[in-house]
Design a protein around this ligand. Structure first.
Ligand SMILES: Cc1ncc(COP(=O)(O)O)c(C=O)c1O
Length: 383
């Protein structure tokens, strides 16, 4: 496919990849776990064994690398398998810096297994450049991990500034860009080295595939370790999931802008609502990172926002349960809207405010979504 075509075109056409045998515009799902050698006892293609050479991975991996502008991408069995991969390939004694608030699965893994694996981990507010600069240790820090926009308060990290600080200390910068998607932010253009996605979310977009992706700016020695890690531990997708992910990504550039428009409208509509103490959304001018987000994010501020509900955790849970269109379920990035009391999932040790509801805005009609939330918040006003 020609290099000058827009990402929306590249995604819709799946990079123009087709079946070379039949010309099918949807490449087939390969289910074979192994591939026969020829009469010369050579493999006819680069595909030898299904653990990491499944031909069904070729198109989605190429698409993710292309849309991010990276040199290569690898699919993983889930977002968590992708998020932990860069940490799994670090060495004993390596120092890492991660956010103090982020998608809660990663800090849970780091607290449980990081020290056992010899990692030294600092949890700091990575969206604050002074805090980040104070946390990195030149020569000792090997990885700085940020998430932008960051669950569930949607802080946005200035990736260019973070990469300058990180590289100044001789470390790599990785970003979990699940909520931004390549539609709204292309982290490599801001100096990031590794981009990670929970592809379960926006990239797939239909709440029916668990998947993760790690993308690299350069095929360097660190990338080679990540490739080896996947090959030798095997946290891969099934063929059908890889196919579904490809299909989901073809509509990425329709879905993300639609969700983004509605999220902006919902944030503006509910800001100052009497039942809410805060609306957390980087598209609102009063958000602490609005200026950074306006500079760094293209085409909007994403489909994720949070409400802090007056009345605390119990009222928040009641509001989530009272929604009809917003489903009271965990996860994000699908075509259907979801609402969730994060404290219930994250448990008592979580730093997330107990009154916080996380909203994943889907692609339904915006007015219907606003009416649903209005109705759910109404009883909260009278409590
Ligand atoms: C930002 C972010 N990263 C990673 C993950 C983990 O993804 P998965 O559930 O596919 O393992 C999630 C899941 O919600 C997430 O929101």
């Amino acid at each position: 496919m020609k290099d000058d075509l827009h990402p929306a075109t590249r995604a819709a056409q799946g990079l123009g990849l087709k079946c070379e045998v039949t010309g099918a515009v949807v490449p087939p799902i390969h289910v074979s776990t192994t591939f026969a050698r020829g009469a010369d006892y050579e493999l006819p293609t680069e595909h030898g064994y299904g653990r990491d050479q499944n031909p069904t991975f070729v198109q989605p991996q190429a698409m993710i690398a292309d849309l991010e502008g990276g040199a290569d991408a690898l699919l993983f069995a889930s977002g968590m398998a992708a998020c932990t991969a860069p940490f799994q390939v670090l060495r004993q004694g390596d120092h890492v810096v991660v956010p103090d608030i982020m998608y809660y699965g990663l800090p849970k893994w780091l607290r449980r297994f990081g020290a056992d694996r010899g990692l030294s981990v600092d949890f700091v507010p990575t969206a604050d450049m002074k805090a980040l600069a104070a946390a990195v240790r030149p020569g000792e820090t090997k990885l700085v991990w940020v998430e932008s926009p960051c669950n569930p308060v949607w802080r946005v990290t200035d990736l260019a500034a973070a990469s300058e600080i990180t590289h100044g200390a001789g470390a790599r910068l990785a970003v979990d860009s699940t909520a931004a998607t390549p539609v709204l932010t292309r982290p490599f253009e801001h100096g990031v080295d590794i981009v990670v996605h929970a592809a379960t979310k926006y990239l797939n977009g239909h709440t029916d595939v668990m998947a993760g992706a790690v993308v690299t700016k350069e095929k360097d020695a660190f990338w080679e370790r990540i490739c080896s890690h996947r090959q030798l531990t095997g946290p891969i997708l099934g063929s059908f999931e890889a196919f579904l992910l490809t299909r989901g990504m073809r509509t990425l550039y329709l879905r993300v802008p639609a969700a983004t428009r509605s999220a902006q409208a919902i944030a503006e509509h509910f800001e100052g609502h009497p039942a809410l103490s805060h609306v957390l959304y980087p598209g609102l001018p009063n958000h602490p990172d609005h200026a950074v987000a306006a500079r760094q994010m293209t085409g909007g501020f994403g489909g994720m926002l949070s409400f802090r509900v007056k009345g605390g955790a119990e009222t928040a849970r009641t509001v989530a349960a009272a929604c009809a269109l917003f489903k009271p379920a965990t996860s994000l990035g699908g075509v259907e809207s979801l609402i969730e009391h994060r404290g219930t999932v994250e448990g008592p040790d979580s730093p997330t405010p107990k009154d916080l509801l996380r909203l994943s805005v889907g692609i339904e009609d915006t007015d219907d979504l606003i009416a649903d939330l209005e109705a759910a918040l109404d009883p909260a006003q009278s409590r």
